[in-house]
Write a protein that binds this ligand. Structure first.
Ligand code: 5GP
Ligand code: ZN
Length: 112
């Protein structure tokens, strides 16, 4: 399977790692849309938030338990935004579930 984020998780494509454990991998976005912009991905390939199976629920829950650690590592002491784009209308460009972590400034109140 030809998946960019699977290749990043395997280390075949270099990335700026923020955090890693058995379940997930976090790294800086190559094209930051905020002063701080990182991505958290499950190591397991899940196409999007629209395809999470019951057996993967613990994986997704785990990501949310480590998000505070990742945010702290990024210096996001005053809040941040978590975004997961889904499909065509959601402008998802990489078909491997990922959570954007955006912050480092007061973000726009507009979300679309
Ligand atoms: P999406 O548009 O699917 O929600 O988000 C994909 C994100 O992956 C984009 O913000 C894009 O900048 C980022 N991205 C795409 N290719 C690479 C890459 O090779 N390395 C890193 N670090 N980020 C990437
Ligand atoms: Zn993948």
């Amino acid at each position: 399977m030809d998946c960019l984020f699977c290749a990043i998780v395997r280390g075949e494509i270099p990335s700026n790692k923020i955090y890693e454990d058995d379940v997930c991998y976090a790294f800086l976005d190559i094209n930051p849309q905020a002063p701080v912009h990182a991505l958290v991905v499950p190591k397991e390939h899940i196409p999007s938030a629209n395809e999470v199976q019951e057996a993967q629920a613990a994986t997704v829950a785990h990501i949310f338990t480590v998000l505070p650690t990742i945010a702290r590592t990024l210096g996001l002491t005053n809040g941040y935004r978590i975004v997961s784009n889904v499909g065509e209308d959601g402008c998802q460009s990489v078909k491997h579930l990922h959570f954007h972590i955006l912050g480092g400034k007061k973000l726009s109140e507009q979300m679309s």
